[in-house]
Design a protein around this ligand. Structure first.
Ligand SMILES: Cc1cc2nc3c(=O)[nH]c(=O)nc-3n(C[C@H](O)[C@H](O)[C@H](O)COP(=O)(O)O)c2cc1C
Length: 211
């Protein structure tokens, strides 16, 4: 398979300083709505990169579950690889990519945990099996067989047949952004890249960077 010849022109849109909303959050919302309307299966899927104490980065997809001017929220296991990285280094980069729209968004910032009350509010909206799964999965640790996992699932169903409490090792993370970059593919690789940076007075300054 020769992937060196896999390429195409990007020419479905443009993104200029004039079109850019003065709030990066509003701009994000517009693009996320566009992605939803375009029919992506998981328009809220986002790659989150963290860095461990040796400087080694790790990326993985999670589902963005909410956002507002305080930040971008996703849920996970606090003892997973990302959880360990975020304990050591509470910063992350999020990357959205919507191929049919020829757009990506990069968001960098610091990350903190939601309160257990906030996490529980979301946790209780999940399906019974997802709640049980959050108890049973020691996410990112070695597992000797799938059978072991299924036995542990059965054990938690027996323990919590009706009301499943929030596991202490599970909850939300909020990334508070300091930097946004909106990328729109353009013809001849002369893409639009519009950056929002937070200045000291909490205002966002908008600039363009070379493609
Ligand atoms: C579409 C998609 C959505 C996912 N959503 C989540 C999520 O919301 N939370 C989560 O912890 N893992 C989610 N995962 C699994 C992660 O990519 C990853 O495997 C897991 O969180 C363990 O990552 P870690 O070992 O780097 O901590 C998702 C994976 C995919 C492909």
């Amino acid at each position: 398979m020769d992937i060196s010849q896999l390429r195409r022109e990007y020419n479905s849109g443009s993104f200029t300083e004039k079109n850019a909303d003065e709030s990066p959050f509003k701009q994000f919302e517009k693009w996320l709505e566009d992605a939803e309307e375009t029919g992506f299966l998981d328009p809220n899927a986002v790659a989150v990169s963290t860095v461990d104490k040796t400087g080694m980065p790790t990326s993985r997809i999670v589902l963005l579950k909410s956002f507002d001017i305080k930040g971008f929220v996703f849920y996970s296991n606090y003892e997973s690889t990302k959880g360990i990285d975020l304990n050591e280094n509470p910063k992350a980069c999020m990357l959205f990519f919507w191929d049919k729209l020829e757009r990506q968004i990069r968001i960098q910032g610091s990350v903190e945990r939601l309160t257990p009350e906030e996490s529980d509010k979301y946790f209780q909206t999940r399906s019974f099996t997802s709640k049980i799964g959050a108890w049973a999965s020691k996410q990112s640790r070695k597992l000797s067989s799938r059978y072991k996992l299924l036995r542990e699932v059965a054990g938690y169903i027996a323990k919590y047949p009706i009301k499943v409490p929030l596991p202490p090792h599970w909850g939300g993370y909020r990334l508070t952004p300091e930097y946004f970059e909106f990328w729109q593919g353009r013809e001849s690789r002369l893409h639009d890249r519009i950056v929002y940076e937070k200045s000291d007075n909490d205002k966002w300054t908008i600039s363009r960077i070379y493609p």
